[in-house]
Ligand binder design. Structure first.
Ligand SMILES: [Zn+2]
Length: 136
């Protein structure tokens, strides 16, 4: 049975992330909806509510990631794990250029693809914020 994430733990996750989505780096104050506490390894795959398995994610990143842990790049044989904000450093896998998120590694590229982080609506918002010095 699914156990709710205690509020105190949710607050700790938000504080660790500085209120930013740990995938696209959008700040909660620029999101229209409350950001989600996401299971990096979903419950379906055996993940739990431990602090080290939780991340803050905007609704776009969270809904696109779902329970996925990997995707393919190029051919179906080339399965690439998704970025794990607890085990990996964002700047090693991504960079931003005028609001656009660029994948520096296969992990970064796979994550960008699956989470659709550069969809036009999302990109427009981040470009406006970047021009104002509010992103990333
Ligand atoms: Zn996001």
């Amino acid at each position: 049975m699914r156990k709710a994430i205690p509020l105190k733990l949710q607050k700790k996750v938000r504080a660790r992330a500085n209120e930013k989505c740990e995938y696209c780096l959008l700040h909660q104050s620029f999101g229209f909806l409350t950001f989600h506490i996401e299971h990096i390894v979903s419950l379906k795959h055996g993940g739990g509510n431990e602090f080290e398995n939780l991340a803050l994610a905007c609704p776009h990143c969270n809904s696109n990631k779902g329970t996925d842990l990997a995707t393919f790049l190029g051919s179906y044989q080339n399965i690439i794990p998704l970025f794990n904000p607890r085990l990996q450093n964002w700047k090693e896998h991504f960079q931003t250029e005028n609001g656009e998120i660029i994948g520096l590694t296969p992990i970064g590229q796979a994550t960008i693809k699956l989470l659709c982080v550069n969809e036009p609506d999302r990109l427009i918002l981040r470009r406006i914020l970047a021009e104002e010095g509010m992103y990333p």
